[in-house]
Write a protein that binds this ligand. Structure first.
Ligand code: FAD
Length: 304
């Protein structure tokens, strides 16, 4: 009761910051995650510019209300009870500007749209990212990568708010990129804009490469079900999917959550899975792989 009235008060306060239509209460997170799982967030705020993000965070920090920055929710498992705090979605930061061989993109732009813009402009370098269902900000946070590329290869700089609310531009070399890691993640920076440095390329070749990678994904990944992609990080010297297959866990199921029979590295939502079901599958897979092969599988998926 107390929590709800707090949320209502913050919602009223934030209306003057982001506008009435850009603040939602009790918003189901199952509608904002690719897993299609997650209970309601007390507040769901959609700031439209840097100043609104800054002011939103000031209001939340002053009130002592927890908050979480959301991209496309493609690497998240949100609890069935939802989130007691404010989800700050950057989906309104979706502009993409082509400037010579550079692309300047809002943090909420989808990689799909960014790749389409690169292809249309005949710019090469982002082909690897065309099937990653995340946002520009989420990709910088995770140093998202696939096949022969990672974000760090093409990200020139980004504009972000630091923990004290100061806006700064960070160059690639300052971002401490590693495997599924970056300074965005370690320091909790809030990315608002990313500039990618690309190369002139042949449009037909760029398109052919994107088509090829898309076909390879469709063949190997269970894209017909909700998921958050690879559930586990790649353990050094092994492949998570192979360990899980060798442990006999393909198809292992709790409720509607299961280890995909198509790609054992994915836990999928077969219909109405709960976060509890997914946690049960993840826990069992970790226990079995540790018992059988002595390897600990660290989740890549983030829990909220
Ligand atoms: P979210 O899930 O919304 O958030 C993830 C984290 O990033 C959160 O901690 C969030 O706070 C933070 N974050 C998001 N935006 C910002 C921002 N603007 N500033 C600061 N922090 C931010 N990943 C790969 O790397 N390679 C793949 O090949 C791949 N394939 C996938 C295939 C499928 C079918 C699915 C469902 C997922 C796949 N993923 C893959 C995982 C996921 O798409 C990526 O990790 C992606 O980068 C997450 O971006 P997002 O916007 O969805 O982030």
């Amino acid at each position: 009761m107390g929590q709800n009235s707090d949320a209502q008060e913050r919602a009223e306060e934030l209306k003057s910051v982001v506008g009435k239509g850009n603040i939602l209460t009790d918003e189901p997170m199952s509608e904002h995650t690719t897993f299609k799982i997650g209970g309601p967030a007390d507040l769901f705020v959609l700031p439209g510019n840097a100043d609104e993000v800054k002011k939103t965070l000031e209001v939340l920090k002053t009130a002592g209300m927890p908050y979480f920055i959301l991209g496309k929710g493609s690497d998240l498992l949100v609890d069935d009870a939802g989130y007691r705090g404010a989800i700050v979605s950057l989906e309104r930061f979706c502009e993409i500007h082509v400037e010579g061989t550079k692309l300047r993109c809002g943090a909420g732009a989808t990689l799909k749209d960014v790749c389409a813009a690169a292809e249309a402009a005949g710019l090469s370098g982002l082909e690897f990212a065309c099937g990653i269902p995340g946002s520009v900000g989420g990709a910088a946070f995770m140093n998202a990568g696939a096949y022969d590329g990672v974000t760090a290869d093409v990200l020139e700089s980004l504009a972000a708010l630091d923990a004290d609310g100061n806006m700064r531009t960070y160059q690639n070399a300052e971002l401490d990129f590693g495997y599924r890691r970056s300074r965005v993640r370690t320091e909790g920076l809030i990315v608002l804009e990313v500039t990618y440095a690309l190369k002139r390329g042949d449009k037909a070749e760029i398109q052919a490469k994107m088509d090829d990678l898309t076909r390879r994904r469709e063949e190997k990944q269970p894209l017909e079900y909700g998921s958050a992609g690879s559930t586990f990080k790649r353990p050094e010297g092994f492949f998570a999917g192979k360990l899980i297959t060798d442990a006999g866990l393909k198809g292992y199921r709790v409720g509607d959550a299961a280890v995909s029979t198509k790609h054992a590295g994915f836990v999928v939502n077969l219909g109405h899975a709960t976060a509890k079901d997914v946690h049960a599958v993840i826990g069992h897979v970790q226990d079995e792989v540790l018992k059988q092969f002595g390897v600990f599988l660290e989740p890549e998926v983030r829990f909220l």
